[in-house]
Structure formats: C-alpha cells, structure tokens
Design a protein around this ligand. Structure first.
Ligand code: FE2
Length: 289
C-alpha cells in the first residue's frame, strides 16, 4: 500500500519561505488545542507560585552579581524545564517583587520532551508534515520555550538569527513560533527582515571554557528600518529560516503576549559540540515519532 504524503504548505507558501525566509500560517493551532496549552501553562505558573521555585532559582536571579550562577542555570537547561525571569523580578535577597505571572520571562528548553502536553503538541502529524515540506530529512526537535512577555514588563529581544545560537554545519535550524495570544506591535510581536536570511549569520554564540563567548563574523549592524512587524492572531504558526534576522519589542500594552517556540535541526548535519545547548546522555534528541 502506498502511504499518502500530506503537505501543510502549498507551492506559494514554500516559495515564500525560500524568498522571504519565513511563512505565516494562520489557524495552524485549533482553538481547543490553544486552550489546552494555556491551561497547562497556567498550571506550571501556579505550581511555581504555590509550590515554590526549583531549588536555587530565586537566588540565581537576585540582582546581586550572579552572572556565573545565571550562566550555569542557562547552560544546563538543555534537558530540563526551567523558569527564567524578567530583570528586576527579584531583589538582592532573592525576594520575589512581582506576582509569578509577571515575573516569568520564559520556560525552557526541553518542554517538548519532558512535559506531556507540550510533547503531544510538538509532535502532531501537521508539525511533522511542515518539517518535511521545509526539506527536513531527519528532523530532530532541539529546543522549546514558552515565552511569556508579560504586560509592561516583557522586554525587547535584540535583532538576531537563531543559527547563531544553534549552529549546524551546514545550517539546518528552522524555528516554529506559535502565537498563543494575538501578537501586535503594542504587545511585542515578532518583526523580521524579509529576505534577510540570505545574508547568513553575522555572529556565533558558543561555549568557551565554563562560560560563553560571541564570535563576530560580520560587524555590519542589521538594518533595523527593514524590519516588518508580523502581527498575527492566536493560533498562527510562523515558520522561519535559521538565518532570518528577527526582533521583538517590549510589551507596552495591558495584554500578555504568550508564545511557544520549537527549533528543529536535521540529524544529517553536524551539530557543533561547542553550541551552548548540549543534551546529556539520558535525554537524546528525538524526531516527530
Ligand atoms: Fe530567535
């Protein structure tokens, strides 16, 4: 029996991805599934608020000089689900200054392997078909994040491309960005430079010793005037090339801007051993199966 090959992208959408470096897919996530994700995120936030933070989390994010501890919290989060906080969420003593739902910046970086709800969401047939449509041969789900961007507190994410952080040789990383709330200019939607992916990565962030460093490959600053806002409704997926320059502004509205992101690489490429994100042997990367 011949297995039917299903596509998520039509030929125009594939062309758009190649030409612009991204494609916007409205209504990718059904409303019922959006509710499931929001409920799960509420549970996780409540668990942190009522059950307490993982050991050490508050002191890591206190405002005293904790750079090394914060590095460590980040660098060992590849095979964990860990909270990361907005600047100023804790005082010097590690006392939380704002309610949990306004303190959280993101959760990362293995939601898709360790949380059953996000595992199911990240491995739907549509998700696998989307990866196939974008040319993946041996897709591996590398990294996932819930990004909170809370009202008035959620800050800017500077212009970057994801290949700089998740380097494979050759470049294979693609990001899937899911709007869990309507994303607007006011609440800090994603912006991108159409076609900017053809310029390649201008820097590379990597491990060096016990910390990290950034190699500047091309000092030319991104042309911020070329960014266009990607205002999208909740349920939209934006699939974007690993070299696409993207940016998001602060949330200057009363509305949250919740998002989930998933980054895929191809197992046929060489994933660099000095990338910041390194899995331990107990949680090897998996595909969509
Ligand atoms: Fe990014």
């Amino acid at each position: 029996m011949t297995r039917r090959v299903e596509s998520v992208l039509d030929s125009d959408q594939r062309h758009q991805f190649e030409h612009d470096g991204y494609v916007v897919l409205p209504d990718f996530v059904p409303d019922s599934l959006l509710d499931t994700l929001r409920i799960r995120i509420d549970e996780l936030v409540s668990d942190y608020a009522e059950g307490g933070l993982p050991e050490g989390a508050a002191t890591v994010f206190s405002t005293t000089d904790q750079t090394h501890a914060q590095d460590d919290w980040f660098l060992t989060s590849a095979d964990a689900v860990r909270p990361f906080f907005e600047n100023g969420a804790f005082d010097d003593d590690g006392t939380q200054l704002v309610p949990m739902e306004r303190a959280l910046n993101k959760l990362g970086h293995a939601m898709h392997d360790l949380d059953p709800v996000f595992d199911r969401f990240s491995r739907t047939p549509d998700m696998a078909h989307l990866a196939t449509d974008l040319g993946f041969v041996e897709p591996l789900l590398l990294q996932s994040m819930v990004i909170f961007k809370p009202p008035w507190i959620g800050g800017e994410v500077t212009c970057h491309c994801d290949h700089s952080f998740l380097w494979t040789e050759p470049r294979t990383v693609v990001g899937f960005w899911f709007a869990l709330d309507d994303a607007t200019v006011a609440n800090g939607c994603m912006w991108a430079i159409p076609g900017g992916h053809t310029g390649g990565a201008r820097s590379r962030f990597r491990r060096e010793g016990a910390g990290t460093t950034t190699d500047v490959l091309d000092p030319t600053p991104y042309d911020m005037d070329s960014l266009v806002p990607l205002e999208v409704a909740a349920g939209t997926c934006i699939a974007f090339h690993g070299c696409l320059p993207h940016w998001s502004g602060p949330n200057t509205s009363d509305h949250p801007r919740l998002a989930y992101t998933l980054h895929i690489i191809d197992g046929t490429a060489d994933y660099r051993s000095d990338n910041w994100l390194q899995r331990g042997p107990d949680l090897p990367l998996r595909g969509f199966a």
